[in-house]
Design a protein around this ligand. Structure first.
Ligand SMILES: [Zn+2]
Ligand SMILES: [Zn+2]
Length: 207
């Protein structure tokens, strides 16, 4: 069965079309991490409708993901077959929440810190707080304050940053107080390394 697609979609190149579908998929799941299998499961009919005569849709998508990776638009997470949609294109839920800051001026690391700090509603942030709680993981730090909703203030942090190919999955997420979150991003290299090592070990115990 062929789905009728909008003409502007049909006119897209394979690369742009795959990228467009990946962004749509990530907006739908609320996560920047995805796998080829997930994309195929959700989107196969759409891809077949885009170029009905192509008999090798799966191979074509795989090839285009490689092209997107070469262009640094996505990165490949070798061990699990997952990809991560990289920085610049924020998901809809994120855009809404960070609309007050101008992210285009920021470096990828700073941008990631700002997004992590401001975003509360997206799936990965909720999942981390549900599982890890409202208190900073760093050496059982209790540094927090109560928010308007009566809950302790907490920030969600990607242990390996997305802009360095980290995943939007629970084993790469941690919760930190504002002070230790800044430390994880902006301290000297040795300190940053030790925070990362501590969190990677701590997360294994917690989840
Ligand atoms: Zn962070
Ligand atoms: Zn702390």
């Amino acid at each position: 069965m062929i789905i009728e697609l909008r003409p502007e979609l049909i006119r897209m190149t394979w690369k742009d079309f795959v990228y467009h579908q990946v962004i749509e998929h990530c907006n739908y799941t609320g996560s920047r991490t995805f796998s080829l299998q997930e994309i195929l499961k959700e989107k196969l009919k759409i891809f077949q409708s885009y170029r009905p005569n192509n008999k090798h849709t799966e191979a074509k998508i795989r090839q285009q993901l490689q092209v997107l990776r070469d262009d640094n638009l996505i990165s490949f997470l070798d061990n699990t077959g997952h990809y991560t949609l990289r920085g610049i294109d924020l998901l809809d839920a994120e855009k809404e929440e960070v609309s007050s800051i101008n992210l285009t001026k920021e470096t990828p690391e700073k941008r990631e810190y700002l997004v992590e700090t401001y975003v509360r509603k997206v799936k990965w942030a909720k999942q981390a707080i549900d599982l890890l709680g409202h208190y900073c993981l760093f050496h059982d730090c209790k540094n927090t304050f109560l928010c308007e909703d009566g809950k302790p203030y907490i920030e969600v942090h990607h242990i390996i940053p997305l802009c360095h190919g980290g995943e939007d999955r629970i084993w790469n997420l941690s919760v930190l107080c504002a002070h230790h979150h800044r430390m994880a991003h902006f301290s000297d290299l040795e300190t940053r390394k030790s925070v990362k090592k501590f969190l990677l070990e701590e997360i294994v115990v917690r989840i």
